[in-house]
Ligand binder design. Structure first.
Ligand code: B12
Ligand code: SF4
Length: 504
């Protein structure tokens, strides 16, 4: 009898221990792998010596492969570091990358000598199939694994995408593989013990700039209400969670499908946060809003993106600026804080769009002063990263840098580690931004977040937030954003929280 396969799963460090949430990707993969084998999880967000621990785990076990989760941005450097360390010490152990980075950039991931396989999209089916094929590696088996990208004859083979599923093992996720799972319940503005959870997967929209559209290509699958109730009840009654942050790509789908899920939420009454769209919230009937209020939705993150109808059309957002204003008012009436994100400095009409967005944000703040605002730089995905159904359709104008030269995206993981590309992946900088505009945006954001400190910040004392808000008052009123040296100085002492970096 051949022994059942054993896989090591690693989430390289991307955030601080206090911001660590359940590593849902690895929990889902682990549940799937354990049906025909076994797996171990190392989470670099809580285990700061995750590379040393990974090497020690490999030394004491016989793993068939290592699976590493990688998201573009600050996770690439530690993903490279752990992969290199494993390759050096255990050269014959296969290394598989999965997650957003290899999904969007499979050739770039495979360009690295320490990445043997890249799994695109959901890994629950592809990974166990791959691990099983590794025991008897022949090309015809590898060629049949959906969504697998692999090296062959000096080139890369990209097997066709597989369909998305919400496969249910009938059990809750294997949280006990994380040691004490309660250490992942965090104190947030939602409650004392906030859990992270993902109920549905995907999103039925196809916004051209979005990694989710690139991964799911406009599809979504919702869970059955009984499953949601089972999962949330476990978090509430077994682990003691008192609130939930939903990582669903876009929580509110069609109203008729949402009602059974909202009924579950209304029954459990755990304050919650989710991603949503203005049109979906505006389309909810009063009876659904009643459920939403009962369920204690505290905050909805809504991609407002731009105040320009033209730009919203170009990026295929499918919502309008007037809907953004309307949803801010609707949320106010229903006691939900809208967390509205904007993308400034697009490659065309860069300065004009940015100023227009600042003016629109001020308008929103008048309608609903509680609105929280997130300002990102617009950093579109390269054409090659789009979902295969979208590639080549409606290509956007070529991206040019400040010198008018075409923007060339990195072709290796190491290049993605360079600060300018980490910033690009984090929507924090773009090659067409002048120093002057970059500073102007930073200054606007400083004035705005000092004037309106986020409710998500539990760290800074209330007196400090009040003082900063008062200090920023005259600048905000007069629109004098540039060089807010006094706020920068005060900020260094107070260190206001940045939800766009750390999440809740
Ligand atoms: C939690 C989260 C984080 C956490 C960290 C998560 C972690 N790894 O520890 C934090 C808050 C730190 C974070 C940060 C960032 N994030 Co983030 N994050 C998410 C979020 C909300 C949930 C991820 C999740 O757990 N999903 C649930 C699990 C089940 O799905 P999954 O992770 O996709 O995993 C599945 C597959 O990807 C695959 N898979 C994953 N890993 C592996 C590994 C192997 C071996 C295999 C085979 C398969 C596989 O199989 C899994 C199971 O199906 C997603 C949005 C979303 N809903 O997915 C954004 C998201 C992934 N983040 C994103 C981004 C861009 C960022 C940032 C880099 C930038 C930013 N400004 O937001 C920042 C970094 C900021 C900074 N300066 O430090 C984007 C990625 C898009 C892209 N273009 O790459 C997303 C999609 C949000 C969005 N809509 O734009 N993030
Ligand atoms: S609605 Fe949101 S999650 Fe869906 S594709 Fe658009 S930006 Fe991405």
């Amino acid at each position: 009898m051949t022994p059942s396969p054993h896989t090591l799963l690693i989430n390289p460090t991307i955030t601080s221990r206090s911001s660590a949430r359940f590593p849902l990707s690895l929990l889902h993969l682990s549940a799937a792998l354990d049906r025909s084998g076994s797996s171990q999880i190392i989470d670099g967000n809580v285990d700061r010596d995750f590379i040393g621990d990974a090497l020690r785990a490999i030394e004491g076990n016989t793993f068939d492969a290592v699976g590493i989760s990688a998201m573009g941005g600050p996770q690439i450097a530690p993903a490279i570091e752990v992969s290199k360390a494993i390759r050096e010490r255990y050269p014959s152990l296969p290394i598989i990358w999965g997650g957003y980075f290899p999904t969007l950039y499979p050739d770039t991931a495979l360009a690295a000598p320490y990445v043997d396989y890249a799994v695109r999209g959901q890994g629950e089916e592809s990974l166990p199939e791959l691990i099983s094929a590794l025991g008897d590696p022949n090309e015809s088996r590898l060629a049949k694994i959906g969504s697998l990208s692999w090296k062959h004859d000096g080139g890369n083979v990209h097997n066709p995408n597989r369909r998305f599923t919400l496969g249910d093992t009938g059990l809750v996720l294997p949280y006990d593989k994380l040691g004490d799972p309660r250490r992942y319940l965090a104190r947030t503005f939602l409650g004392h013990r906030t859990a992270a959870h993902q109920a549905a997967i995907g999103c039925r929209f196809r916004c051209t700039f979005c990694g989710v559209a690139a991964m799911f290509g406009g599809t979504t699958v919702l869970p059955a209400a009984a499953r949601l109730e089972r999962d949330l009840s476990y978090l509430k009654y077994e682990l003691g969670a008192d609130s939930v942050q939903f990582f669903d790509h876009n929580f509110f789908d069609r109203e008729e499908d949402m009602i059974p899920l909202l009924e579950v939420m209304a029954k459990l009454e755990m304050p919650w946060w989710c991603y949503a769209r203005s049109d979906a919230l505006l389309n909810l009937s009063e009876s659904s809003w009643k459920l939403v209020r009962k369920s204690r939705l505290k905050m909805a993150y809504i991609g407002a993106e731009s105040p320009s109808g033209q730009m919203l059309k170009e990026i295929r957002k499918g919502t309008r600026p007037d809907q953004t204003l309307e949803v801010a008012e609707l949320c106010r009436r229903n006691g939900v804080i809208p967390e509205l994100s904007f993308m400034v400095a697009p490659p065309q009409n860069t300065e004009e769009e940015t100023e227009h967005t600042f003016a629109f944000i001020r308008e929103l703040k008048k309608i609903n002063p509680q609105s929280e605002i997130i300002v990102y730089i617009y950093t579109p995905l390269p054409e090659s990263s789009k979902h295969e159904k979208e590639r080549g359709k409606r290509p956007s104008a070529p991206l040019l840098d400040l010198n008018g030269e075409p923007v060339v995206f990195p072709s290796t993981p190491e290049e993605w580690m360079q600060p300018q590309w980490v910033n690009y992946a984090c929507h924090a900088d773009a090659p067409w931004l002048t120093d002057k505009l970059r500073r102007h945006i930073q200054d606007f954001v400083t004035v705005l977040r000092c004037r309106f400190p986020t409710v998500q910040d539990l760290r800074s004392p209330p007196w400090a937030k009040r003082s900063l808000s008062a200090m920023a008052g005259w600048r905000y009123r007069r629109g004098k954003y540039d060089k807010p040296w006094e706020l920068n100085l005060a900020n260094r002492l107070v260190r206001l929280r940045m939800p766009q970096v750390s999440g809740l």
